[in-house]
Design a protein around this ligand. Structure first.
Ligand SMILES: [Mn+2]
Length: 326
């Protein structure tokens, strides 16, 4: 918190009620709280529901969750078109996620999700392609995101969506993708964003099978009704799955299709029909909540996490900075 000019110029005015002109005790300098650090960490819940016809194989989405920095998660969605070429589309997405997990602590990656995508992609040996998103929270509360294709991520603050990634695509239903073939995209094509998060912020991330089948208002409602992140992830995935098999549901997917000129034949339109329905797909949902934890200082002062502790620390820091500048 920056001290304002006014507060820097403020001098105590002695009044009749002032007991003495002694300056206030400079608690901040000596309080163990001043040296303690506040760090942002994620609690992460996940839920996966494979495409109804891919339940036995587990589907072609893959993900990983790690505790590097303030927390890391990633999702990859294997492009299903490879099945027509007798290639299992799950192999590439799984390998991409396994590689991402392996290279997480690599010095060259240095907490940069775009570099992690580069290394993970370069190390794949499977044939195939996948969309992918990686999000890393720094302990300072900065969320770094790199995404290729149409996996998505939203940040919810105080019951509202305050940030959303944009899908990247060549044309409708053909997303940007990291590929074993030279024709695909690379880490250089990634959408790269940085979002500054606050305590209590909720991140909802998922594969296209999730966001194609659920509206923001539904996500907000489920989050507000769920007791925790695990329950949120499960309830969100189940609602998206329900919509995905409902041919009458006017999903984000069918609305998008109509806006691109896809619809029922003209004679059905004359009868009032329109293209509706969810999109059957693998559904991966990751829900993460930002928590602030108090880290004891190097001198071994033990600071218990309790209500009001942060307020004290913040106030102490502000006092100290005002003193130093004044
Ligand atoms: Mn998908």
């Amino acid at each position: 918190m920056a001290a304002s000019t006014a507060s820097r110029l403020w001098l105590p005015r002695p009044t009749a009620s002032s007991p003495s002109p002694r300056p206030p005790p400079r608690l901040a300098r000596f309080s163990p709280l001043r040296a303690a650090k506040l760090e942002s960490v994620l609690s992460i819940g996940t839920h996966v529901i494979p495409h109804p016809r891919k339940v036995e194989t587990g589907g072609e989405d893959a993900f990983f969750v790690g505790d590097d920095g303030g927390g890391v998660f990633a999702i990859a969605d294997g492009v299903s078109g490879w099945a027509e070429k007798n290639v299992n589309p799950a192999l590439f997405s799984r390998e991409l996620m396994a590689n991402s997990s392996t290279f997480l602590k690599d010095e060259e990656v240095s907490h940069d999700p775009q570099i992690l995508l580069m290394k993970a992609h370069a190390a794949t040996s499977s044939t195939g392609s996948a969309t992918a998103i990686i999000a890393m929270l720094e302990k300072t509360g900065t969320l770094k995101i790199a995404s290729v294709g149409d996996c998505g991520l939203k940040v919810i603050r105080k019951g509202q969506v305050m940030f959303s990634t944009c899908p990247q695509e060549h044309y409708f239903d053909c997303p940007y993708q990291l590929s074993s073939e030279a024709i695909g995209q690379t880490y250089k094509d990634a959408l790269v964003c940085t979002v500054h998060l606050m305590e209590g912020d909720i991140i909802v991330s998922g594969s296209d099978g999730f966001f194609d089948n659920i509206f923001d208002q539904e996500i907000l409602a489920v989050i507000s009704e769920s007791p925790g992140i695990d329950e949120s992830a499960k309830a969100l995935a189940e609602l998206a799955r329900k919509h995905s098999v409902d041919v009458r549901f006017d999903s984000p997917y069918s609305m998008e299709a109509r806006s691109r000129g896809f619809d029922v034949p003209w004679w059905k339109k004359l009868l009032g029909a329109k293209l509706t329905g969810g999109k059957m797909d693998d559904i991966t949902v990751i829900v993460a909540q930002v928590n602030i934890v108090v880290i004891p200082d190097d001198e071994g002062a033990i600071v218990e996490r309790e209500k009001g502790a942060e307020k004290v620390t913040v106030a102490a820091t502000a006092t100290a900075s005002a003193e130093q500048k004044g």
